[in-house]
Design a protein around this ligand. Structure first.
Ligand code: G3H
Length: 195
């Protein structure tokens, strides 16, 4: 690719409550991000470059993309859905540590390999992202609007982060990242929305 732009969805109603997973709508602030994203993208990409937008199949990423110019092609990928937290889907971290203390600790000790009961690990996400990475490698400019764990894995791929580091990479809300692969490594620029 020439460049890959990465963004999490805008803040969701479940983010507001500190709950993971689910398929919630955007919060008021999340919607503000969706409204500001077109200008943020325009400032970074320029108006003359065609851009393809990939989202997950969840409402919060699709709604984050909804104000982007109609001439950008948009594609939804199930492979870009958030890491599946299985039985912990919709819970807060406090609830998880109360209900499954051993799991909570095991995850802290080896976050990359820890697989939620009935759900996924970061390793599982990396495996299901393989077709996305293949498609990215042979594409021109792509904007990916996805979820924290998924963005971490894509970022880790381009930045050559280790398996230990990648699940802990900070990916702030309401921030657009531009990754540009170069001969010597990948260049990163970030654009924070003013919300
Ligand atoms: O909702 C899930 C989060 O995006 C994943 O964050 O892997 O740090 O718990 P975590």
């Amino acid at each position: 690719p020439r460049s890959v732009w990465l963004s999490r969805h805008g803040e969701s109603m479940l983010n507001l409550e500190g709950r993971i997973g689910g398929d919630a709508d955007l919060s008021y602030r999340g919607d503000e991000y969706a409204r500001k994203l077109p200008q943020l993208v325009l400032d970074s990409v320029g108006s003359d470059r065609p851009l393809t937008v990939w989202t997950s199949t969840l409402k919060r990423t699709i709604n984050t993309a909804r104000h982007l110019p109609p001439h950008y092609n948009q594609l939804q990928w199930k492979a870009l859905d958030e890491l599946d937290a299985g039985v912990c889907d919709g819970m807060t971290y406090q609830e998880i540590s109360d209900m499954y203390p051993e799991d909570f600790q095991a995850r802290d000790e080896d976050k990359y390999n820890y697989r939620y009961r009935g759900g996924e690990s970061y390793r599982d996400v990396v495996i299901r992202l393989e077709p996305i990475i293949m498609e990215l490698e042979r594409s021109e400019d792509i904007l990916i609007i996805s979820h924290q764990a998924v963005i971490r894995c894509i970022y880790a791929y381009f930045m050559q982060k280790t398996q230990e580091e990648s699940p802990w990479v900070p990916v702030p809300l309401h921030t657009l990242m531009k990754l540009t692969p170069r001969a010597y490594g990948t260049e990163v620029q970030t654009y924070k929305a003013n919300i």
